[in-house]
Design a protein around this ligand. Structure first.
Ligand SMILES: [Zn+2]
Length: 465
């Protein structure tokens, strides 16, 4: 019984104070334990941790444990520090106060020692120096890595690209799209002191294809003239989505998206053609498909407050594509691709629920979100991308705060709830900003533009779910 309730609370993901459905009561009438999970964004005092607006209170009787690969261990509460991923078990005292009987610190994500891997989203400026063993820097995985003479390097373009056809001339991006494994230690200024870097091959060309040879094609409904997006397999249409008719809104989103494309998109084995479509869907959501198709819902455009927030959402989704997350998940977690399970979908029918449809064609991440590590990577890269394009990166966590405050327990927002939860996303983004940009001064950064306001006016009131 308790387990069922706890699972429900975790699935919901929202601050249970806002989610009355989560206030589970057992048959005997006693309030059951709740769970609350997120990245510590601060510490008010010895016994109070902060996760965004919520306070987690400990007493000397609270059990504080840590969890790593070796199991669970007692943890000294004095060592709790911002950036740690914690899960509290206990009860809500009021809207923003949680009493923790037990607190689990997840140590698999070490704040200081970093291991990771990512595809290069653009050509490294210091490529020659890196290969020559010289002091250099490398933009990777949403970080800036510093390499010096102690950095172990396996950096051989010939070996990494062995067996690959040489790129056609005119493409000077020799390394963009290649894979790099790295480890290092975080410095006070947010940069990573690289201990090891290893260059590997780029993703195969078919990594950027839709499953089952599906194609996403813009078309027009013959009877009504409505513009649609069709999911075709050969001549067969498996489903269609209604595109927003307002051309100026489509153009604005496309222009903004194009301006944010990282340079590496052209350097991959199969240059990705990013395409941006505003689809009529009230859910506050956006999605990326493996081939670079981005779907931006009218509900998202209705909820979003400024261009910096939209720029972040688009950058996050593009990172999912460039980092080949769809394929990585299929390979790492499911072993094989899900079969095309569409049955009984009339050719040409409109897709009722985009998430269900995506799951049917084997892209479950659109409905469930990716694994947390992949979401965090997309968030890091998204933050770096908006920052480098002059936007205020604080608008990224602000957007998840808006969702938490405005929509409470309405768990329909896939982007910010099932991706794991608005609190986890918002607290991760807040912590990332503190860690990566400790000296960030954002006062001159772009938040809004007149083009964004014009788009909002042209969009008019939209249904938001
Ligand atoms: Zn995502």
């Amino acid at each position: 019984m308790l387990k069922t309730f706890l699972r429900r609370a975790v699935l919901c993901g929202f601050t249970p104070a806002l989610c009355l459905a989560c206030l589970a009561v057992t048959e005997t009438g006693a309030v059951t334990k709740m769970r609350f999970r997120g990245y510590m964004t601060g510490r008010a005092d010895t016994n109070t941790l902060l996760i965004l607006e919520d306070r987690i209170e400990l007493t000397p009787a609270s059990r504080v444990l840590s969890k790593d690969a070796a199991g669970e261990h007692p943890f000294n509460p004095e060592e709790l520090s911002p950036g740690m991923l914690v899960e509290a078990e206990g009860q809500w005292l009021d809207k923003h106060r949680f009493f923790a009987e037990k607190l689990m610190v997840e140590l698999r994500e070490d704040d200081k020692k970093i291991h990771g891997s990512a595809y290069l989203q653009e050509e490294p400026a210091d490529a020659t120096k890196i290969a020559a063993g010289e002091a250099s820097e490398l933009k990777l995985d949403g970080y800036w890595l510093n390499l010096d003479n102690t950095t172990k390097r396996a950096w051989n373009l010939g070996r990494a690209g062995e067996g690959l056809a040489t790129k056609t001339s005119g493409q000077n991006a020799a390394l963009a799209g290649y894979h790099v494994k790295y480890s290092g230690a975080r410095r006070k200024d947010g940069r990573i002191e690289a201990e090891e870097v290893e260059l590997g091959p780029p993703a195969p060309a078919d990594a950027y294809k839709m499953p089952h040879n599906l194609e996403v094609v813009r078309a027009k409904d013959a009877q009504t003239g409505i513009e649609v997006l069709e999911f075709r397999q050969g001549n067969k249409v498996h489903g269609r989505m209604k595109l927003l008719a307002e051309r100026s809104v489509q153009e604005y989103v496309s222009l903004l998206g194009d301006s944010l494309i990282p340079a590496g998109a052209k350097g991959t084995r199969r240059p990705i053609e990013f395409r941006f479509f505003v689809v009529e869907d009230p859910e506050i959501n956006a999605a990326s498909l493996p081939d670079g198709t981005l779907l931006i819902n009218t509900g998202l455009l209705g909820a979003i407050e400024n261009e910096a927030q939209l720029a972040f959402v688009l950058s996050h989704e593009m990172a999912h594509v460039l980092q080949v997350h769809y394929r990585r998940e299929v390979e790492e977690t499911r072993g094989s691709r899900i079969g095309l399970t569409i049955a009984g979908v009339a050719a040409g029918a409109f897709i009722g629920n985009a998430g269900v449809f995506m799951a049917q064609i084997g892209i479950a991440s659109v409905v469930n979100g990716h694994q947390r590590e992949l979401e965090n990577q997309a968030d890091r890269l998204g933050l770096q991308n908006v920052f480098e394009h002059g936007y205020d990166p604080r608008e990224a966590p602000n957007f998840s705060r808006i969702i938490i405050n405005r929509y409470g327990n309405r768990t329909t927002s896939k982007l910010w709830s099932n991706h794991e939860s608005s609190v986890i996303r918002g607290s991760f983004l807040t912590v990332e900003l503190m860690r990566e940009y400790p000296e960030g001064h954002w006062d001159g950064a772009k938040k809004n533009t007149s083009a964004f306001q014009t788009m909002k006016d042209d969009l008019g009131p939209v249904r938001i779910m």
